[in-house]
Every structure is written in structure tokens, then in C-alpha cells.
Design a protein around this ligand. Sequence first.
Ligand SMILES: N[C@@H](CCC(=O)N[C@@H](CS)C(=O)NCC(=O)O)C(=O)O
Length: 206
Amino acid sequence: MIELYAFATPNSVKVPILLEELGAEYAVHPVNIRQGEQKTPEFLRLNPNGKVPVIVDSEGPAGQPITVTESAAILIYLAEKTGRFLAREGEARVRAFEWLFFHAAGLGPAFGQSGYFQKLAPEPIPAAIERFHGEAKRTLKVMDGRLAQVEYLAGEYSIADIANFGWIWRRAFANVDFAETPHVARWYAAIEARPAIGRAIAKIGG
Ligand SMILES: N[C@@H](CCC(=O)N[C@@H](CS)C(=O)NCC(=O)O)C(=O)O
């Protein structure tokens, strides 16, 4: 059984999407980050970084319970445990990691900071808006170039698509759209149509 600690956020949604794709049994524990529940002592014992998502798997390595933080690490953990949505070898595995890291170190932070400086910052800082909004639009175009060549980021649908989908699902926060990225639009529509997506979003109240 997997306990999922999450909220209706771009980093959280990736995990229930994969759990739904896997048909896994899991329970959602909402962590209201707007009310600071991610900084309570109880939650910090699960994730000292004070962020969602987190999973606790009662059947971890050697049959022992394990807590896993960081959305990309959780996706890899679940994909490796089940042998699904991540190629075991070859170029497809290399590409999956490439686009997973692209999301974790590039597109995700750019979207997050773009949204923060445009929607949440206490005062407007034009240089920060220009930098991060520019990076959000630029990384989306990089992805568009890849998706002009392949159906999914690693060839077949994988955790790399699920990871990037999480942020692009919340693209309005970053103030980006698909006007100049038709291949991302095609890819997004194909993933959004998968039954697992609607179920996952409903589970976290998105
Ligand atoms: N690198 C982390 C980032 C997690 C993250 O930033 N989560 C946000 C929600 S999308 C959060 O918990 N924010 C609350 C806070 O920072 O206090 C991951 O991929 O899991």
C-alpha cells in the first residue's frame, strides 16, 4: 500500500498519474501548502525539505517501508519497482532520464519561477519576470523541437512525459501557452486523453 502526501500542484500531480497508470493501490493525504501544512513538524519528519509530493511505500526494498521525496525520484522508484513506463536499457532509457532531468532542472524551475515573479511576488521585478518567463517559453520550444521528431519524449510514453506534463498542466501559472509549440499541443492532448489523467487530477482535487 502506498500513502501519497500531495496537493493540487504541478509537482504533486505527476505521482498519482503514474500510480493510476500502474493501477496501484494508494491513499491520498492532502497537504494544504497554502495553509503551511508542509512545514509542520509531522510533515517535516517525512520530508525535511518541506515540500510535496512524498510517498510512503509499506512494501519497499527488502519488504521494509520506505519514504521517498522529490517527484522525479518517486517516478523512478515506482517505475523501477514495477518495471513499467521506463525502458530497462538502450536509448529509450537514456532519453527518459535526459527528459526527466530536463524537467527537474530546466522546464520545471523555469515555469515555477515564471509564475512566482508574475503572480505571487510582493513587488514586480521586471528583470526576474523577463528572465524566467523567457526561460519558460524557451524550454517549451526546446521540448517542441523534440516532439517534432518523436511521438513521446523517450519514444514510447514514459515517466519523462508524466513529469513534464505536470508542469505543462499548470502552464497558465507560468503564463505560457501553445501558440508557438504545436507539437507540444499535440503531445499534451494525447496524454490528457488517457483515463489515468482525469482520475489522478480528481484524486488530488485539481
Ligand atoms: N523538487 C521538488 C519540488 C517540490 C515542490 O516545489 N513542491 C511545491 C508544490 S509544487 C511545494 O511543496 N511548495 C511548498 C513550499 O515550497 O513551501 C519535487 O520535484 O518534488
